[in-house]
Design a protein around this ligand. Sequence first.
Ligand SMILES: Nc1ncnc2c1ncn2[C@@H]1O[C@H](COP(=O)(O)OP(=O)(O)OP(=O)(O)O)[C@@H](O)[C@H]1O
Ligand SMILES: [Mg+2]
Length: 258
Amino acid sequence: MRQGELPGESVTQRELPGGSRTHGALLELRDVHAYYGDVECLHGIDLTVDQGEVVVVLGANGAGKTTLLRSICRLVRTKGDITFGGKQIGGKSTYDVVRRGVSMVPQGRGTLVDLSVDDNIRAGGYIRRDKEVEADVRYWYDVFPRLAERKSTSGGSLSGGEQQMLAIARALMSRPTLLLLDEPSLGLAPIVVRQLFDVLARVCAERSVAMVVVEQNAALALDMAQRGYVLEAGTVAVTGAADRLRNDESVRRAYLGY
Ligand SMILES: Nc1ncnc2c1ncn2[C@@H]1O[C@H](COP(=O)(O)OP(=O)(O)OP(=O)(O)O)[C@@H](O)[C@H]1O
Ligand SMILES: [Mg+2]
């Protein structure tokens, strides 16, 4: 079944200008289907992310956004092609995928509540064997001064916004080339959300990390992203350059509220 086609009806995916590149992408999904047990939740997704590129994924609740991220880091059963850095990762374990340079900040952050802030950050670097771990810890305290002030308090005593920053610092401690973020702004005050996106843009520029950001805050996410995908019921409904999506009437009405 082609992307965007549901059984018994034909829905064509709309590709706006500035859509995906097909050669030399960092991450490439081709006709990816995902399953929980026997139930298929993604129905043939095509998606690419270039080196250092920020891609936003929009979609209603239950559209399959989290499942898409889980497919990439091998936390759900899939069919279809998934390549990362030119190599197939579809049959690999989550550990292998992390080792190759993918890191995920899950929905709900996953703070290790009993560990200190400092240990939480260091836990993100556990797979590294190089000598620059200390320099990176300092870098993250520089990016997030609030975490530096609270480095010996337990992760569980941080506010929601602080925990989100901690989750991001921890995910980036493995020096990924691709960061997957599942609704990073969920539950955060608007001013904190703004700061969070500023930090993500800084990290993207300074560390040239590519990102796939699942986000309900479509306006901010589209500001930061180069391209985007709108998921509907497990398929890609619309894809294109971020500014095209921002000006697309259906996207505006559904996700930007004007
Ligand atoms: N562990 C699971 N077992 C069975 N079905 C699941 C599981 N997780 C998700 N699903 C189903 O898969 C579909 C896609 O869910 P998913 O969590 O990917 O959506 P989402 O777009 O991330 O939604 P939200 O915006 O609410 O986070 C939904 O129909 C959901 O009910
Ligand atoms: Mg989700």
